[in-house]
Design a protein around this ligand. Sequence first.
Ligand code: SF4
Length: 465
Amino acid sequence: MQSATNSELAQRFPDLHPALDARAAAVEANRCLNCFDAPCMGACPAHIDVPRFIAMIASDNVAGSAKTILDANVLGASCARACPVEALCEGACVLHGKRERPVEIGRLQRFAMETFYDAGGRLALRRREERSERVACIGAGPASLACAAELRQQGFQVCVIDRRALPGGLNTYGVAEYKLRAADSLREVEMVRGLGVQFEIRDVDATALEEIECASDAVFLGLGLGAMRRLDVEGAESVGERMIDALEFIAAYKTGTPMRVGPRVIVTGAGNTAMDAARAAKRLGAERVTVLYRRQREEIPAFDFEYERALGEGVEFVWATQPTAIAQRGDGIALTCVAVAQDATGKLTQIADSEFTIECDAAISAIGQSPLLELLSQVRGVAMERGRVAINRATGQTANPKYFAGGDCVNGGREVVDAVADGKRAALGIAAWLSKTRAEEDASDNAGIPRSAQDKTGMRGAMRG
Ligand code: SF4
């Protein structure tokens, strides 16, 4: 399991939902009732005009369908694969009320986008008039890509900055391979680059942030979240690489170098990332994969369908259990656990004398990501609320007017499509703010007020304390 070719990965991680061919897409598109006030559209965070793009597939206008999707969601191809459509658009389809299966909106969207790109389709610039203002988008995940694309569409000069070698954020590194391949994410990044967005690889620390701010008229924080929280148990430092961060594990196999996990794997946590990691461990050869969760089945953060899929692939679950210690044992590790009771308020207590040990070869930690608080604390004036960046909900603007934010660092970690919606909203907020600022500066120029006195608008030097 040391390395894997693309064809090996494709074998181990076949598409969750196989692609529709043109005939099947036409048949499926004709099932849509083209509802007025369509609930599927309301359930889509990006508000894609679902009945319109489906009707275009039915009338064999696939390019028009793709452009309809892209008008609302520049990452329409990624979202077609990564969105939990069961909980969003397809979950809202009126056909449920007629006791029929919902229209397969996700697969139709994928058909439109992939047919369009495979035929050489590209994102088209809506306007050619260039604006001189520069915007830096920090982080190269879905929120920043959506923000950057919309700002370029409005003529602004945009640079996306990220420390990782490949852009795309979680789409490239963190969404399970059977949902979204890294190559598909990178193709979409190239579409955004084709609009004239610049990409820069650089570590963003306090010094870099200061430089970026000085060189930019506005900054978008699309940082996402940090690493998975480490399992805080006795002995955690002693087992070295056998304790694995779930996101690093997924990123490693997606980029062709799966980590060695051995035949017995324990996954702690029961969110969607935990389900992805557990299923990936199975597909990469682990014989027995067990998910430990401190609460009961009904309370898992993962979507039901993600849990059912993991169960269907042979992943085992142990409820109401908490690890308390970990230690090396022979070639593997031993995880000491206790049973946990929950009272009516949801408070957990360890049950006395319930200790037991599970032996495994690797323990994957998927107990949630930590916010990048250290970096965010370097940005003067950006207020935080419960570990998240606080913003104006209508514009994405933070308490420091030069900074806008969106995606996981604001919403705590939701879907790709939520990040896209956040990024686009912030782009509109940035465009409005920069236009207002320019109009004020022009008005001051006309009144004969020197530029140095205009810097009190917050456009310059608002960075660190
Ligand atoms: S709710 Fe279902 S049937 Fe109605 S427009 Fe949306 S996809 Fe079509």
